[in-house]
Design a protein around this ligand. Structure first.
Ligand SMILES: [Fe+2]
Length: 306
């Protein structure tokens, strides 16, 4: 069973225990989360001015949207303020920056069906982040930038938490994927040719789904091992959200995390995580425990931000 905890009082250790068992945790009103959403909104309003961001898909073609986002998303990700917001949010919710390592926060855009849904605005099919080489102790933090609805957010497939499903994660190599990250424009046209691990069986209409719709100023936490997907956006509004991933150093040391019952990808994303107190990475010895033998390629993607 998957439980959704709303504004729980438990501490970070107990929270991780719930998340690693497949629960979802939602905080509905956090000052620091609202500040990150507001910061992001301002940047996006400037980016698309004079068009209104939630309806910009009506006045711009998918190619035009892709060009703007390909330039903007890396700037957002690496904006010095962005990581500062991650630090403030996690601290406000009970984690000390010395214990927590985070990946850079990502801005996600989901345009209404018929607009851009490849490459820079990829609509993720059902997947686990662990199939993309996330460590089993990864926690995802997801927050809306403008109000969202059940027809433009993401959904979980709770039946599959901890249960193996036949999937193509064995085709995915994180270090090979790092090489594609520098060529995102090539994948933002009609077809996205990158390897995207997915279940081999289709999830039918009758598949139980869980859709959580947090308010702006709220944040949802879930394990990177949850089977989840972008819901095709059938609303009239473009959806903007921010997510970031964290791992606690104690869990990386002890191996505590989600079940990762069916993960066959090569490599590990652990090198992308930086300690929130000082920006340090994990020791090679610790990373090696989560790496796969013989995986070669670009171990850390270093983007060029203009
Ligand atoms: Fe994901």
């Amino acid at each position: 069973m998957v439980n959704v905890h709303i504004n729980p009082v438990f501490d970070d250790d107990e929270r991780r225990q719930h998340l690693f068992a497949g629960d979802v945790v939602v905080y509905t009103n956090v000052l620091e989360v609202a500040a990150f959403a507001s910061f992001t909104r301002k940047l996006i309003i400037d980016l698309f001015a004079p068009d209104e961001p939630t309806t910009v898909h009506r006045s711009r073609t998918p190619a035009e949207l892709a060009d703007v986002l390909i330039d903007f998303k890396p700037k957002f990700i690496h904006h010095p303020e962005s990581m500062e917001h991650v630090r403030r949010i996690t601290r406000a919710l009970g984690v000390e920056p010395e214990a927590l390592y985070a990946d850079v926060p990502k801005l996600r855009t989901a345009f209404p069906c018929g607009s851009l849904s490849t490459g820079i605005a990829y609509a993720f099919q059902p997947h686990r982040d662990t199939w993309y080489a996330a460590p089993p102790m990864q926690i995802n933090w997801w927050l809306p930038v403008w109000p969202v609805a059940q027809n433009n957010v993401m959904e979980f497939y709770p039946r599959w938490f901890g249960n193996a499903i036949d999937n193509s994660s064995g085709d995915y190599d994180y270090y090979e994927a790092n090489a594609w990250r520098g060529r995102i424009k090539d994948f933002s046209g009609a077809k996205d040719m990158r390897v995207h691990p997915a279940p081999r069986e289709l999830l039918g209409e009758e598949e139980p789904r869980l859709c959580v719709v947090p308010p702006v100023g709220g944040v949802m936490l879930f394990s990177g091992d949850q089977l989840h997907a972008t819901i095709p956006n059938t609303s009239a509004a473009s959806r903007y959200s921010v997510d970031f991933r964290t791992v606690n150093v104690a869990d990386v040391g002890s191996g505590r995390g989600a079940p990762a019952a069916d993960v066959a990808c090569a490599g590990t994303a652990l090198r992308d995580f930086r300690r929130l107190s000082d920006g340090a990475g994990f020791d090679d010895e610790l990373v090696a425990r989560y790496d796969t033998a013989g995986a070669e390629g670009i171990k850390v993607f270093a983007p060029v931000v203009r």
